[in-house]
Write a protein that binds this ligand. Structure first.
Ligand SMILES: Nc1ncnc2c1ncn2[C@@H]1O[C@H](COP(=O)(O)OP(=O)(O)OP(=O)(O)O)[C@@H](O)[C@H]1O
Ligand SMILES: [Mg+2]
Length: 246
């Protein structure tokens, strides 16, 4: 069997003059092969992560309703919305440079999910794994673990592995002690492993503090975490052409 350097030498002799070979030595070929191998491993790991994200809630990371939400189709009407759009875009563009989180707080239909999905879609296109999940869905999944006699720790592990986890409808089940415990665990573990969290909520700052506790609130604001108030009217009422057909 010929060695790599013998093969390269033969190829070089066969090659027409003026053509520059991609590799001029066995070492270069070896380095290229190793680099390709490394890239392949990373791709496989990403696919695994995505499969895990799919498995957690039986769907891909972003609900159909918000799959088409982008920064481009977010309509800006006023300074507040311009700021929200700018902050969301900045978060997406800087993703991976730190572990700062975001909180979008405001009334119904103001576009919190739209901009969170726009961030998610931007990151998914660039190969990141993203999961947007409502707290009621998450709590159902936790309860299913208990019912099946499994510990919730595998679920928490999966939730901690996705690159961006967005927790939606935080505070809807405000009184629930188990929600408090799970949210604390998820946010704590993700931020401890330097993975950001997005929070979407109808609660204001003091209300969210009382749900999450001061410690988690502090953590969400670490490393340049952002808080954006969505304090304008619902966009849903703009869609007045949608009538209920009886
Ligand atoms: N500025 C906007 N430009 C374009 N579409 C928007 C805008 N704001 C909201 N929408 C659209 O309106 C609908 C409701 O918005 P969204 O689901 O993001 O609201 P939300 O703030 O998450 O409300 P809720 O608190 O009720 O969950 C979505 O279909 C969204 O795409
Ligand atoms: Mg919403």
């Amino acid at each position: 069997m010929k060695t790599s350097s013998e093969l390269i030498g033969r190829l070089q002799r066969l090659m027409p003059a003026g053509i520059k070979p991609k590799f001029s030595s066995a070492e270069e070929l070896m380095a290229w092969q190793q680099e390709e191998g490394r890239k392949h491993c990373l791709e496989v790991e990403k696919l695994n992560q995505r499969a895990r994200a799919d498995r957690i809630f039986g769907r891909s990371g972003i609900q159909d309703l918000h799959r088409s939400c982008t920064f481009k189709n977010y309509q800006v009407n006023g300074e507040g919305q311009q700021l929200a759009l700018t902050m969301a875009k900045r978060f997406a563009q800087n993703f991976g440079t730190g572990f700062g989180s975001f909180v979008f707080s405001g009334g119904c239909g103001t576009g919190k999910n739209h901009l969170a999905a726009a961030i998610g879609n931007y990151l998914l296109e660039r190969g990141a794994t993203v999961l947007i999940v409502t707290i009621p869905d998450l709590m159902l999944r936790v309860r299913a673990c208990y019912d099946e006699g499994e510990s919730e720790s595998a679920l928490l592990d999966d939730l901690c592995r996705v690159d961006l986890l967005v927790l939606d409808e935080v505070g809807v089940q405000r009184e629930s002690r188990s929600e408090f415990v799970i949210l604390n665990q998820v946010i704590d573990r993700r931020l401890a492993s330097l993975k950001p969290v997005g929070v979407l909520t109808n609660l204001n700052h003091p209300q969210l503090s009382s749900v999450l506790g001061e410690r988690v609130m502090d953590r969400l604001q670490m490393d340049g975490g952002i808080w954006v108030n969505f304090n304008w009217a619902s966009y849903r009422k703009n869609v007045s052409h949608l009538r209920v057909v009886k």
